[in-house]
Design a binder for this molecule. Sequence first.
Ligand SMILES: Nc1ncnc2c1ncn2[C@@H]1O[C@H](COP(=O)(O)OP(=O)(O)O)[C@@H](O)[C@H]1O
Ligand SMILES: [Mg+2]
Length: 358
Amino acid sequence: MAELKDIYAARVAEGAIRPDPAQEAVLPELERICVDLARPVPKPGFFGRRKPPEPVQGLYLWGGVGTGKSMLMDLFVAAVPVPKRRVHFHAFMQEIQSGLHEARKRGVDDAIVPVADAIAAEVRLLAFDEMQITDITDAMIVGRLFERLFAAGVVVVTTSNRPPEDLYKDGLNRALFVPFINEIKARLRVWEIQGETDYRQGRMAGAAVYFTPADAEARAALDAIWADLTQLGANDPVKGLHLRVKGRMVDLPRFHNGVARVSFWDLCGQPLGPADYLAVADAVRVLILEDVPQLAEGNFNQAKRFVTLVDALYEAKVRLVMSAAALPEDLYTLGTGSFEFERTASRLREMQGAGWGG
Ligand SMILES: Nc1ncnc2c1ncn2[C@@H]1O[C@H](COP(=O)(O)OP(=O)(O)O)[C@@H](O)[C@H]1O
Ligand SMILES: [Mg+2]
């Protein structure tokens, strides 16, 4: 099995990434987990009872945006020789919530038990991207859920933008959440990546982010940006992100590594509202929005949603990459609210600036 530092060096050699001491410093931590996970799991004992494997300390990798946390995690996950799952934390919690719902419908008393056990039966390693907890229903169950997963020998590696103490900061009933923080600190080594470089900005700086008209050339440019930011090959599967907002689903089928790609009609042609767009803005760092049409007088609803979307992205400092039929000022000039649209156009201009985004 190749060591992670060699895999990293190979990626540097082929020009995919630049050598970065702050990233290299994380590799021994991930290597340790690789080695520990590769040790054989104890055989079922007398009476076929399965002993949980020796505990392996996971990793909680946190730090600024664009410092390469997800990239490092992907490198690690690809190399680890055990049943594993890499999943966006948000998406994982959504699955958990629907699993709990199903279990309760079946009349199970303590729904967390079968849900956690089903996961533990399938994977040895859970790798989460972007652990963050904003939802009280998630906050109230993660403690017991992860306690059970850890007890069954599941190892967790996760990225986050904040230290464990700041998870669910100022959240409702936070005292009930604190045991989860303690659990995380006990089971995972907490590591702050000290990187100074925001590579995402580096990759986007100076690059065009607004393509008009929305023709084949624009599509090819967006393909290239998507491939560069996600590091996905043309045939790699994309899991997508499915956000539950007020009991309905907002689906982003093309989502990877903080980057979502979606057509205008899929996002602004559906009956979505401010809460949905806020959830999207909260979940993505870069939104690639394709095929924004020139909006006519009859497109009031789509125009209004687009305004709401841009406001949400603007507030959340999300990077927006767009292909559109016209320049921002010319997208909506005739219908109701077209005067107010000037503000949106101006925001779109500002968001194209080199210093934009976080
Ligand atoms: N050392 C590096 N050299 C060049 N590009 C890098 C490097 N590390 C990461 N990147 C790229 O920068 C972007 C942001 O990295 P990512 O891992 O998504 O950051 P984070 O998860 O910390 O926000 C990605 O496109 C990634 O491939
Ligand atoms: Mg990331």
